[in-house]
Write a protein that binds this ligand. Structure first.
Ligand code: PMP
Length: 307
């Protein structure tokens, strides 16, 4: 579905949504040279707050650093742009999309060393990525025939636009097979991540997730799950996960900013546990959503009030 809001922040100013356009010769269109973030603002007990905003913007700048991309704004300026985009569009909750990209800098593949990125921040309403029903009842997923990027091809630590060609292959293949989402294996054929989510499985009361070496984006929701699991007294192990572990685990869930925390009820048509949401997944979901009504205590800077 097409998204919309009244205003968009583009290179330092808020402007009408339809005016925030780029030239067809933009470098990013031709060569994939963009880095971005996905962030959520929630209507919380403290008013509208952006979740882990500082860390998302740090990751944006880290992504740019990997690609030697110059962002002509400070992190503080982009943080303020995010807040402004929410406030000035009168949004109580929102999905935010900051993006830095190489624009009309010339045709050469190699960006001039002093090329400056264009930067935009959009904020708009975006409901549960995999559907409201998925939160309770879970989704069906399939292992993709497309592997995730190898560590020495394109770094998955950078949230770069080009990486999402891999995600598009995984996600569209999954849809063609009737799955809500695809699960990618890494180049060693161990479990990596979803097209836009990190993965967790649970077996005999222990929570497992692929390590940073498995060509994943180190998600902030993944990190939030680590925090919540610890609070609830569960052990989380970052370990290589084989494909067949997905078939015999007791519980399986995916998480990400857009997805939030969603149970998986089957993999390749094989039921996860008894095919319904498991108790640890449910407890973690409640703890996650509890962040936004104050029932779950988190570090103060995780909820950044917009004003
Ligand atoms: N992996 C990929 C490929 C993603 O696109 C995302 C969504 N940003 C994630 C994992 C989850 O990251 P986060 O929890 O920071 O949104």
């Amino acid at each position: 579905a097409k998204v919309n809001a009244e205003l968009i922040w583009f290179n330092g100013q808020l402007m009408p949504w339809q005016n925030a356009t780029v030239h067809v010769m933009s470098h990013a269109l031709h060569y994939g040279s963009s880095v971005f973030e996905g962030i959520r603002a929630y209507n919380t007990h403290k008013g509208t707050c952006i979740f882990r905003l500082e860390e998302h913007i740090k990751r944006l700048f880290d992504s740019a650093k990997i690609y030697r991309m110059n962002i002509p704004f400070t992190q503080a300026q982009v943080i303020q742009a995010c807040k402004d985009a929410v406030v000035k569009n009168n949004l109580q909750s929102a999905y935010l999309r900051p993006l830095a990209f190489l624009g009309d800098i010339g045709m050469g593949l190699r960006p001039p060393i002093d090329a400056q990125a264009d930067v935009m921040v959009a904020a708009f309403s975006w409901e549960a990525y995999l559907g409201a029903d998925a939160v309770e009842n879970g989704v069906e997923v399939g292992v993709s025939s497309w592997n995730r990027l190898a560590p020495n091809t394109m770094p998955t630590t950078a949230k770069a636009g080009g990486n999402y060609l891999s995600s598009q292959l995984i996600s569209t293949e999954a849809a063609r097979h009737g799955y809500a989402e695809g699960v990618a294996l890494d180049v060693n054929n161990m479990v990596s991540e979803g097209a836009g989510q990190n993965l967790f499985i649970i077996r005999n009361g222990v929570i497992y997730t692929p390590p940073g070496t498995a060509s994943i984006l180190q998600g902030l929701t993944r990190d939030t799950v680590f925090f919540l699991a610890k609070q609830l007294g569960y052990e989380v192990r970052e370990e290589s996960i084989s494909r067949e572990s997905l078939y015999v685990c007791d519980e399986f869930f995916m998480c990400g900013t857009a997805t939030e925390v969603v149970p998986v009820k089957s993999v390749d048509g094989i039921a996860v546990g008894n095919g319904t949401r498991g108790p640890i997944t449910k407890a973690l979901q409640e703890a996650f959503f509890g962040i936004f009504d104050g029932t779950t205590k988190v570090p103060a800077n995780w909820l950044d009030k917009v004003e």
